[in-house]
Design a protein around this ligand. Structure first.
Ligand SMILES: Cc1cc2nc3c(=O)[nH]c(=O)nc-3n(C[C@H](O)[C@H](O)[C@H](O)COP(=O)(O)O)c2cc1C
Length: 157
């Protein structure tokens, strides 16, 4: 397992599932958690959220981030979590990667979904970080305790 003080869990969650996964991962790893949010909050109603989220993907819009209360410099490993939207990460995650860089950091991805696997989301993340010094190690679905246990065992030393 990575040195506790060098790991941080960063997540986005619209309806709480990824937040719950992040908290479970925190209990396992002792890493701190940090939520990212859009500067303009997403609508709560599913239909409205779906409309906004789909438009962002279709038009490749990177929504602005709400200010982060902490600096990521001290952390070497970032657990990056999000809900899968249309078989990929929300565009807010692209904004986070672009703005925060994560250069020379190792990124372990976790995601929650209704039925999608994490495979395409990992491909999209690798595309978003192409030619950068961000290392996407891999990732796992974190929909339940079992997936989290197995995922952490696979991606931490
Ligand atoms: C806009 C939107 C798009 C979604 N697209 C997918 C999808 O492509 N595949 C899937 O399995 N689940 C999809 N879901 C379901 C979410 O991934 C799932 O409910 C997730 O756990 C929500 O996490 P959260 O509570 O942290 O926001 C979608 C949900 C929303 C709101």
């Amino acid at each position: 397992m990575s040195d506790v003080s060098e790991s941080l869990i960063v997540y986005f969650s619209a309806s709480g599932n990824t937040k719950s996964a992040a908290e479970k991962i925190s209990r396992q790893t002792q890493a701190e958690v940090l939520a990212i949010q859009p500067a303009t909050p997403y609508p709560e109603a599913y239909e409205d959220l779906a409309t906004v989220g789909k438009k962002e993907i279709d038009e490749q819009i990177l929504p602005d981030l709400a200010p982060l209360p902490m600096n990521l410099n001290a952390y070497q490993t970032i657990y990056l979590g999000f809900p899968i939207w249309w078989d990929q990460p929300p565009m807010l995650v692209a904004r986070f990667l672009k703005e925060k860089g994560l250069v020379n950091k190792r990124v372990i991805v976790f995601a929650t979904s209704y039925s999608s696997t994490i495979d395409n989301s990992l491909q999209v993340l690798k595309k978003w970080t192409e030619n950068t010094a961000v290392e996407i190690l891999g990732g796992f679905l974190a929909n339940n305790e079992q997936e989290i246990q197995t995922g952490l065992a696979s991606w931490t030393d």
